[in-house]
Design a binder for this molecule. Sequence first.
Ligand code: SAH
Length: 347
Amino acid sequence: MKQLIDKLYETNNLSPEEYKELIDNRNPELAEYLLEKARAVRIENYGHDVYIRGLIEFTNHCRNDCYYCGIRKSNQNAERYRLTKEQILECCSAGYDLGFRTFVLQGGEDGYFTDDKIIDIIRSIKTSYPDCAVTLSMGEKSYEGYRAFFDAGADRYLLRHETADAEHYRKLHPESLSPDNRKQCLYNLKNIGYQVGCGFMVGSPFQTTECLVQDLLFIKELNPHMVGIGPFIPHHGTPFANKKAGTLELTLFLLGIIRLMLPDVLLPATTALGTIHPKGRELGILAGANVVMPNLSPVNVRHKYLLYDNKICTGDEAAECLCCMRNRMESVGYHVTVSRGDHKSIL
Ligand code: SAH
């Protein structure tokens, strides 16, 4: 099995059968071998730098009904909120002073925020902070919408593909959402010129090794700038309330594989990873991740943007997320940097 890791390290690629063999036969010793290589590749490409993104959760209204997600339309108990443009700009201002040079606008698919409203927000942020990158994460839009956001100054877009296996996709989403459209959106975003991030949940209900192999093959084909993966965590108000969460162990193993597949990819150690284990994000960094996304949302809305149960950094004490993050990264020998943190291919 170590030969497979050597091959992945040397060629950045394995066959579908080889990925399956590697995942199915993993064990602690093999994981240590993989993660050591992933760390080395990460350090070769990005040193010990950790890029930070200020996450602004600007709306939890959503037209969709994804079975796994706590802010799905049918969750009557979600306390819905929207930030105003002024509130969003206040988050940016506070974030800029703290050293953030990327702002991520993430939210549900909220019809209140028309393309024109989003364009106005992007323009305002880029006018006030021309040295910052704006990342959008607001789901599936038309080609024209994506194009207009890009023209308004948006730099990056995060749209997890969720699962590359069409049958599996059907088990996680209602009929109105399609795996083909999800993937098409990612190709559209790339074509327009965004730095693009895809990704999936680890251990989502009904996920098999075959699904994960499909995910890896899709990632290789899309060749994104970023890949966001984190464990699935159940939310009590969803149809998946009683499903099992994904594991730390498999998430770290997959982070390692993705680092070897795409040596210079931007790879976040996600909030979900920090939620299933107190040192999840530190361990993610040690598995080859190089990005963290501290929460910049106003403290009074954080407990409302609940995609899953027990989400960290939602209490009143969480205002100083960045300071906590700096310490966490230093504790494993890495350093948060003040920079846009673009992909290496961007000059
Ligand atoms: N509406 C946007 C942003 C979604 S929230 C979009 O469609 O892209 C960001 C990510 O959180 C989702 O892509 C999903 O992968 C993840 N997520 C949602 N529910 C989750 C859960 N229960 N456990 C773990 N991750 C979840």
